[in-house]
Design a protein around this ligand. Structure first.
Ligand SMILES: Cc1cc2nc3c(=O)[nH]c(=O)nc-3n(C[C@H](O)[C@H](O)[C@H](O)COP(=O)(O)OP(=O)(O)OC[C@H]3O[C@@H](n4cnc5c(N)ncnc54)[C@H](O)[C@@H]3O)c2cc1C
Length: 375
């Protein structure tokens, strides 16, 4: 069997692997990206498309800052991808809301923002509570439901088209001479003094650097190179309506309007293992929330729903780690792979190619999960 050589092999062609592979190819490394084509609604194909900051990083202030850096890089990142591929990203940094239904939600949200501000590395947190009247004046075309009490508003938040993002990353990667193997199921990884030998169902690859960004398979593949990265699935169900007039230029964590005029409502948080199904009860709850916020959307037909699996670490924060026993092997996983795509294609590339890291980068090491259990 022939062995193909590359400077770096990336395992996983979801939004995280593809962003890293694209950034590596931009730096003129010879890069192979392997994906086993799950033909399932992986997270990269079933997500909500938010490029989001608010609420990220509670308990890990560096992650809050990291998310802000990512949103700041997103406009340039999207423009570059559009120029390179001609695929529109529909990125809008309009600012985003978390809309509160009832007074209790409002006071809980205010308290949460105060905690984020206290924890912040800079002492500031650019996200404010706004009243119901202020909210209504920002979205005059959509009357608020009677129970809406106000919202938090973060000017950094926005959204993009996640399927266009994935397609553009794949296309830009191959345009930059990256080699994409879309039906390559990685079965074994061996390490020796020359680097790594990676065996797929069809081909063998040899490389000195290896990036494992294979979503829910990251735990299993990383273990082959001595890295412990616990990830678990969490299902999110999403609803899509028929197209309508452009009514909502902003987004909330649970409601947004696509460029074609359809609304998306989502997404649940369910611990149901690898079950990708949808359930009437959960979809009903999602629709009920949307109608409590914007009752006039009740006349829209629902046209599609799906379930997709988040890839979550135990604290739901990113993991970026290099193997100590097999140097040159890296594992990269995160929720918010859309929001962080701009940073994954830039800062992570510097780390992988030259060991250059951003301040406090070590907080993202998976060693944080190795806390001894108290006797
Ligand atoms: C309902 C929902 C809503 C979300 N909303 C947002 C949002 O609004 N904004 C945001 O930023 N994030 C959001 N996310 C999270 C985001 O989608 C994920 O962080 C991101 O898609 C994870 O990408 P990934 O590449 O790590 O994983 P995946 O998309 O799972 O991709 C992993 C890839 O690895 C491949 N692979 C696995 N094993 C192998 C193997 N052995 N050999 C070769 N290839 C292999 C798989 O085929 C797959 O293509 C959401 C997720 C869900 C489920």
């Amino acid at each position: 069997m022939n062995t193909m050589k590359a400077d770096v092999v990336v395992i996983g062609g979801g939004v995280i692997g593809a962003a890293v592979a694209y950034g590596l190819a931009e730096q003129k490394a010879s890069v192979v990206m392997l994906d086993r084509e799950d033909f399932q609604l992986t997270a990269s194909r079933g997500n909500f498309g938010l490029v989001w900051l608010q609420g990220k990083g509670h308990g890990m202030p560096r992650y809050a800052q990291w998310s802000q850096e990512a949103t700041e890089l997103w406009s340039t990142f999207a423009e570059k991808l559009e120029d390179q591929t001609g695929i529109p990203q529909y990125y809008h940094r309009t600012g985003g809301f978390e809309i509160c239904v009832g007074e209790e939600e409002y006071s809980k949200r205010s308290k949460f923002l105060e905690e984020m501000r206290t924890q912040s590395l800079t002492g500031t947190y650019n996200c404010e509570m706004i009243s119901r009247d202020e909210l209504q004046s920002m979205i005059p075309k959509l009357p608020l439901g009677p129970m809406v009490s106000g919202a938090s508003f973060c000017p950094h938040d926005g959204f993009a088209n996640p399927l266009h993002l994935l397609r553009a990353l794949h296309q830009a990667f191959t345009q930059l001479k990256g080699q994409f193997f879309p039906s390559a199921d990685v079965q074994t990884i061996e390490y020796n003094n020359d680097g790594f030998l990676i065996q797929t169902n069809t081909t063998r690859f040899s490389t000195r650097k290896l990036v494992i960004a294979s979503g829910l398979a990251t735990t299993k593949l990383s273990a082959l190179v001595g890295i412990k990265v616990p990830v678990r699935p969490q299902r999110g169900q999403v609803l899509v309506t028929e197209k309508t007039d452009h009514l909502f230029p902003f987004a909330t964590g649970r409601i947004r309007q696509n460029a074609d005029g359809s609304f998306m409502f989502g997404a649940s948080h369910e611990e149901v293992g690898y079950d990708l199904g949808t359930t009437n009860g959960v979809l009903q709850d999602i629709a009920n929330h949307a109608l409590a916020v914007f009752p006039t959307l009740k006349n829209l037909q629902l046209i599609r729903s799906w379930g997709s699996l988040r890839v979550l670490t135990p604290d739901q924060k990113p993991v970026y780690v290099e193997s100590q026993s097999c140097p040159g092997a890296f594992a990269v996983t995160s929720h918010s792979g859309v929001s962080l795509a701009s940073i994954h294609s830039s800062y992570l590339v510097d780390w992988i190619l030259s060991g250059q890291t951003q301040p406090m980068f070590e907080v993202f090491d998976s060693a944080r999960f190795d806390v001894p259990v108290a006797a």
